[in-house]
Design a protein around this ligand. Structure first.
Ligand code: SF4
Length: 292
């Protein structure tokens, strides 16, 4: 995004709910050198050591993905299969472009003034950033060495991949809590809820700031009991939770599912009515959260 997209249009990649127009435009890896000629074995070795990553795209955004103006980098590869995902083209790591950590760090350095002036920084998103923890760590460490604010956007499912040292370099986590009860979580993502809760518990214990996010899909995640359970999970994390963001589902990823020949099950699902969005936000407010 784009300042021109207001909260009214908010609504995946989860972050697509926040900036659909800009995201779907597909910034790509413009300006970054792509290393397609590397041998596969060398590529894997460099990915393991964290100097090379598989990324979908990067972009400069304002007022989404964390505070201020941010350089958001979208990683390829995700262990979840959210029914509402707006970027199924990030599902597989092999579909991303190989990009050097140094390339991205050079670019971050260039934007330091913008980050400083806007109170922004970098956000590592996806896909799932914790699919490539070594690469993420190189970027986070490099950013911290330049005094840049760091954020990761994650489902927490692979939270065990983030070591304590890794978390030392993370200022903020956008933590997606995709459902509050086990059964719905499994239905939405294909995976288990427990790792997200455990990861949130760890972040809270370490004092890492959390912006909790919940995607509101009518008929799928919207049951007030499910929302109440999400609120109870987030409540466990106490003071670490700076805000809760309720992101209304929208239908902007359909074409990608079709293009990939995947079965998109939410074709007939409508975006939530404003009343439902408000009622859902109210549930979170009733738990004392600052809600966006
Ligand atoms: S967690 Fe993975 S599958 Fe789910 S919305 Fe995000 S990128 Fe898509």
């Amino acid at each position: 995004m784009t300042d021109t997209i207001t909260s009214a249009t908010r609504g995946g990649r989860d972050q697509d709910f926040l900036a659909p127009a800009a995201r779907l435009r597909g910034a790509g890896i413009g300006g970054l050198e792509e290393l397609t000629d590397l041998q596969r074995s060398e590529r894997l070795a460099r990915m393991r050591e964290g100097s090379l990553g598989s990324i979908h795209s990067w972009e400069l955004v304002t007022a989404v993905d964390g505070p201020g103006t941010r350089m958001t980098i979208f990683f390829n590869g995700c262990p979840l299969r959210c029914l509402y995902c707006h970027n199924p083209d990030t599902f597989l790591m092999k579909d991303g472009e190989p990009v050097e950590a140094q390339e991205l760090l050079r670019r971050m350095r260039r934007y330091r003034g913008v980050f400083r002036a806007s109170g922004g920084g970098i956000t590592l998103s996806g896909g799932e950033v914790l699919m490539q923890p070594a690469f993420a760590r190189t970027l986070l460490r490099g950013a911290k060495e330049m005094g840049i604010h760091t954020c990761i956007d994650t489902s927490g499912f692979l939270g065990a991949n983030a070591s304590d040292e890794f978390l030392e370099d993370v200022d903020l986590v956008l933590l997606d809590v995709k459902s509050g009860d086990e059964e719905t979580y499994k239905k939405v993502t294909g995976r288990a809820l427990a790792p997200t809760i455990e990861f949130g518990d760890r972040l809270a214990a370490k004092g890492v700031s959390i912006w909790a996010r919940f995607v509101l899909v009518p008929g799928l995640t919207s049951d007030p009991r499910n929302v109440e359970n999400v609120a109870r999970i987030i409540e466990r994390w106490g003071e670490a939770v700076e805000r809760v963001e309720v992101l209304p589902f929208h239908q902007m990823g359909t074409d990608k599912w079709d293009a990939l020949g995947l079965d998109y099950q939410l074709r007939d699902t409508r975006p939530p009515e404003p009343e439902l969005v408000e009622a859902t936000r109210e549930i979170f407010r009733s738990h004392g959260f600052v809600v966006h």
